[in-house]
Design a protein around this ligand. Structure first.
Ligand code: SF4
Length: 364
C-alpha cells in the first residue's frame, strides 16, 4: 500500500497536473466545491489552494457531519440525557454549542454522556446496564449503515437511537437550487461514495448537468479531480466521473444501501446554518419505532434555532465564503475557544484552516 500512497504524493507528477489545470482554466473563474472534511484536510494540509491558479477556487460545503447537526437536535439529546438515560455519541459532538449549552456542559451538570467510537460500543453498554441507553446517531451515508446494522441485529430493549443522520446528494441539490454560491463542479466525497457509489449522484448530474468527480484523499487524487472537472467543463459535459476507482464502485455497497432502506425512511432533514432540506434526513421506519428515542422519551425538537452571534458557519457550510472571510476567524473564534460548530469539529473547515494556519489570499 505504501508505494501506492507515495505515487499519489509524487511532486513531479503534481507539478504536471497543476500545469494542466492552469491550461484548462485559462482566464475563467472556477469555483469548485467539495463536501468532505477529509478532503478539506488534504487540501489545507498540502497547501493545494496555494498551488492552484488564482481563478480556481475550492470551497468546502456541508461536508462536516458534526457541524451540520442543528442545535435544537443537540438540545433534545441533552434533555434525553437529563432524563437519567446514558447518552452516547462521538467525541466531536461534545463541545458543539447549542441553545442550552453543549453536551459537555450537560455532562458537567451530572448527565451521563459517554463518548464511543461506534454505535456498537453503545449497544455493549446497554447490554451491561438496566438503564436506558440512547445513541445520538449523527453522520452521513458513511455511518448510517452501521446504525441500520445495529437496529437490525435486535439490540437490547433498553437501547434506542436519536437519529440526526443526513444525506449528501440532497444537500448538493439544495446548494445548486439556492444559487447562493456559484458552483462549477463538485469533488465528490470518497467515503460516502463507497456506500452510494458514483451512481448515487445521477440525479444531480441529470438535473444540473454539472461536472462531478469522485476523489480519493491523497493530494494527487484531489488535483486529478480538479483537472477532470475543468476538462468536463471545457468540453461542455456535466457528468459523474470516478477518480477513486481503487475504492469506489459505480453501484457502491448494495448491502449497506439495502440495510439503510430497510431501517430508515427519507424525511426532510434540518441542517445547521442551512435550514430544512427535502428528503435529506433519515428517520426510523414505523416497525422500528421502539428503538426511536424521541418517541420513547416523548421529546420533539423545537423548530427554531439560531447560530451563535457573529458566526458565519451557515455561509461556510453553503460554500459562500471561506473560513477566513469570517471576522471572528482566529481572533475570538479559535480551536481552543470555538464559537461556531465549524471550529469545534476536526472535520469542520474553520477548525482545519485554523489548525494549519490557513489564511487564503485567493477568492476564486
Ligand atoms: Fe463560525 Fe468561528 Fe467559523 Fe466564524 S470562524 S464561521 S465564528 S466557526
Amino acid at each position: 500500500m505504501l508505494p501506492l500512497i507515495r505515487s499519489f504524493r509524487n511532486s513531479d507528477l503534481a507539478k504536471k497536473v497543476i500545469h494542466r489545470i492552469e491550461n484548462l482554466a485559462g482566464g475563467e473563474l472556477f469555483r469548485i466545491v467539495h463536501v468532505c472534511g477529509t478532503h478539506e484536510d488534504t487540501i489545507t494540509k498540502y497547501g493545494i489552494r496555494d498551488m492552484l491558479p488564482e481563478n480556481v477556487g475550492v470551497l468546502m460545503g456541508p461536508g462536516c457531519p458534526i457541524c451540520t447537526v442543528p442545535p435544537n437536535k443537540i438540545d433534545v439529546a441533552i434533555r434525553i440525557a437529563e432524563k437519567k438515560a446514558i447518552l452516547t455519541t462521538f467525541g466531536d459532538m461534545l463541545r458543539v454549542p447549542s441553545g442550552h449549552g453543549s453536551l459537555a456542559d450537560a455532562n458537567a451538570r451530572g448527565a451521563d454522556i459517554r463518548v464511543v467510537y461506534s454505535i456498537h460500543d453503545s449497544v455493549r453498554i446497554a447490554e451491561r446496564t438496566e438503564k436506558q441507553v440512547v445513541h445520538f446517531a449523527v453522520g452521513f451515508e458513511t455511518t448510517a449503515p452501521t446504525t441500520a446494522a445495529e437496529i437490525l441485529a435486535n439490540p437490547p430493549k433498553n437501547f434506542s437511537i436519536y437519529s440526526a443522520h443526513l444525506l449528501i446528494p440532497p444537500a448538493m441539490i439544495y446548494l445548486l437550487e439556492s444559487g447562493e454560491s456559484s458552483i462549477h463542479g463538485f469533488i465528490l466525497p470518497g467515503h460516502v461514495s463507497t456506500i452510494i457509489g458514483s451512481a448515487g449522484y445521477c440525479e444531480v448530474a441529470e438535473r444540473f448537468k454539472i461536472p462531478q468527480v469522485v476523489a480519493g484523499f491523497e493530494p494527487l487524487d484531489v488535483l486529478f479531480a480538479i483537472s477532470m472537472i475543468l476538462q468536463q467543463s471545457l468540453e461542455g459535459r456535466g457528468e459523474v466521473e470516478n477518480e477513486y476507482s481503487r475504492a469506489v464502485r459505480e453501484k457502491g455497497n448494495p448491502k449497506a444501501q439495502r440495510m439503510m432502506a430497510q431501517v430508515f425512511d427519507k424525511v426532510d432533514g434540518a441542517w445547521r446554518g442551512i435550514g430544512v432540506i427535502k428528503n435529506s434526513g433519515l428517520a426510523l421506519k414505523r416497525e422500528f419505532e421502539e428503538c426511536d428515542a424521541s418517541k420513547r422519551f416523548h421529546i420533539e425538537a423545537e423548530e427554531d434555532y439560531t447560530m451563535p452571534k457573529g458566526c458565519r458557519c451557515g455561509e461556510v457550510l453553503k460554500a459562500v465564503i471561506y473560513p477566513w472571510d469570517c471576522p471572528l476567524y482566529n481572533s475570538s473564534c479559535t480551536p481552543d475557544n470555538p464559537i461556531g460548530p465549524c471550529m469545534v469539529s476536526h472535520e469542520g473547515s474553520c477548525y482545519i484552516s485554523a489548525r494549519y494556519g490557513a489564511f487564503g489570499k485567493k477568492h476564486g
